[in-house]
Design a protein. Sequence first.
Length: 463
Amino acid sequence: DTCHAAGVKVVVDTVINHMANSAGTGTAGSSYSKYNYPGLYSSSDLDDCTRDIDNYGDSWNVHHCELSGLPDLDTGEEYVRKTIAGYLNDLLSLGVDGFRIDAAKHIPPGDLANIKGRLSNPGVHWKQETIGAPGEAVQPGQYTGTGDVQEFSFAKDLKRIFSGEKLAYLKNFGEAWGYVPSGKAATFVTNHDTERHDTTLTYKNGSAYTLAHVFMLAWPYGSPDVHSGYEFSSDAGSPNDGQVNACYTDGWKCQHAWREIASMVEFRNTAGSAGVTNWWDNGNNAIAFGRGDKAYVAINHESGSLNRTFQTSLPAGTYCDVQSGKPVTVNGSGQFTATLGGNTALALHTGATSCSDTGPGPDPDPEAGASFSVDATTAWGENIYVTGDNAALGSWNPAAALKLDPASYPVWKLDVALPTGTSFAYKYLRKDASGKVTWESGANRTATVPSSGKTLLSDSWRS
């Protein structure tokens, strides 16, 4: 009820493919052991195959043998189907709005359809974890008759593109890449499993991670999920006691609250079903596109600034760039001129025509900003970043910090667009290959953008 009162729906991650593979005592005091769960299941309710899955080219092996030693429930059995449906119906009676089916790939599609058909609301939101791979017998498309499927290839390909290939390749991203139909796809940049397995981007990837979210939420494919997770090393999980006091404490990264990500939710809702228009790219890592006459986004995943006149289908008028909170004026031809700092984005939509946090004022000078330059010697795998108290600098969030260009090593450089007269605080940090962050010492640095041009900052790393 508390969630619903706040406009939040609840989707439960349900584990119905298997049982625990060890002995112990449950939270309610019941004892259990592998293959025997008194009052619930016994060995007769489990599949006969008690070895690990060893042939992903054989669907029977994938569906009926054990996933990492976890006893596999015989979901073809009437009692098991009835018991699982009873569990899900109990959750629905508590007000749950949908289900994410863990390890759905290891349950025959027909069994899942039978179980879902027994629910008090058979049309409930139903999202299935189905990790497909070329050449395997079980593929995500086999489960679209029951509900949505998580398109893991979407997340893996985003990592590949944002980590070293060209954003220009994204022009036809989606079904043309062999993914399931858009209306059946649940998309994500990362989730609680993949971020610990190094198969998708994570908060440790800084601007690549943030910009991938901007793209996902702007692009008309699938139904996007944003994972708001915890700091981790290796496969560490959330706090052991399950208690978190507030955003940015106890290791909670609060990605859902990052301006760059949160602002794109309304962008997506405003764009609706509008298709892609006015695609532009520089042949490398700067792209821009519209969503009909409703929205327009530009993403600069280059280390240097991008200054150009963009062509949109937006009606003439003033809009708020929801990424920076600054006004942008679109002329009668649907054009506007803007400068995007390295590894930043700009997003306009018809639902945001004023910036309440900035008030009225002139458009930023497209040439104005800060030119960062810092002499910093690094070890192999380390990179230098800058962040500060301005949204364009990542709002002191290391995960949103801007990476500097090492082309003039040991001097690292970056130009960032900021309105004239802007006073800001900033500091440099370094990240190693594992994502570990080390801040430079000393007090915060400060600077002010002049009335014209850029403030030129020539700094040295403070150890």
